[in-house]
Design a protein around this ligand. Structure first.
Ligand SMILES: C[S@@+](CC[C@H](N)C(=O)[O-])C[C@H]1O[C@@H](n2cnc3c(N)ncnc32)[C@H](O)[C@@H]1O
Length: 269
């Protein structure tokens, strides 16, 4: 968030814009005016939409390309810095192994979270960042943007399970670091309703992704960062992570009514 206070967000305008971003504008690169509109309506201020440290009013001048769907779904600055601070705290207490730790951004979209975590955590903990994005148009726009900002992220046009397979723990005791971090935010799709975000109805469901991560690790612990809305439906967060250790829940300053803001959850699984 910049110094300016966010304006209260009008829910009707938000849902109208949301429908346009996921509908006719879904696969279209947004104009500078549209990017500022997203900042104003989704985040309460034109500068509120900021990615890679670049606020909406300056994105066009930097050559940033953002499709409608990604402008809505992305992790916006300064949230990656909040996640990085929490992870720094947690990582400092974890054992260091021989293997270089990774940040795996499984559903990377804009790649902003992996990009900023790589910049903020890499120098201290040595993480390299690998990312997968399945949609060819989102992948192309994100590859373009990450190149522009000289990002440390290695982006693959692939399904998240391909990355899990690549990172599968080799059969040696130190094959994977306990400092490995998996970023999880699949499309919310039908899972996002006025009752909150139902983690069993995202695409794919979060419990399935968690099972995939666990299976790929062969029992080696790791960290998972999950982005949700600030209202969870049917207690699906607790049910999904019942066998994990809850480490932190981050609730950035709300700009919209309850249920329409971002939240981040850190677990050791
Ligand atoms: C909710 S968005 C994530 C937004 C992201 N956190 C950001 O900061 O931009 C989900 C993304 O996952 C992608 N996706 C969907 N299914 C996928 C899969 N099976 N493997 C990899 N990416 C996938 C979608 O195309 C979409 O861009």
């Amino acid at each position: 968030m910049t110094g300016a206070s966010p304006e209260p967000v009008d829910s009707a305008a938000y849902f109208d814009l949301r429908a346009r971003l996921l509908g006719p504008l879904r696969n279209r690169p947004l104009t500078s005016g549209q990017l500022c509109e997203v900042g104003r309506i989704v985040c309460g201020h034109p500068d509120g939409l900021s990615l890679y440290g670049i606020p909406a009013p300056r994105m066009a001048a930097h050559g940033i390309r953002l499709l409608g769907r990604t402008a809505l779904e992305c992790v916006k600055d300064p949230h990656p810095a909040l996640v990085a601070a929490a992870l720094t705290d947690v990582l400092a207490g974890l054992p260091v192994s021989g293997a270089r730790p990774v940040i795996a951004d499984l559903f990377c979209g804009s790649g902003n979270l992996g990009h900023q975590l790589g910049r903020l955590l890499g120098p201290r903990f040595g993480h390299r960042v690998l990312a997968t994005e399945l949609d060819p148009l989102v992948h192309a726009a994100t590859r373009h943007n990450l190149t522009l900002v000289d990002s440390p992220v290695r982006l693959h046009h692939a399904d998240y399970r391909d990355l899990l397979h690549t990172l599968a723990a080799p059969a040696v005791p130190d094959g994977r670091s306990e400092q490995d971090v998996y970023l999880v935010e699949p499309p919310w799709d039908a899972g996002y309703t006025p009752a909150g975000l139902d983690l069993t109805r995202t695409t794919p469901p979060v419990p399935r992704i968690l099972d995939d991560v666990r299976r790929s690790r062969g029992g080696r612990p790791c960290l998972v960062v999950l982005k949700t809305s600030d209202l969870i439906a049917r207690d699906t967060l607790a049910a999904t992570f019942r066998d994990a250790t809850a480490l932190r829940t981050l609730l950035p300053r709300p700009v919209r009514r309850h249920g329409m803001n971002a939240a981040f959850h850190l677990y050791r699984v």
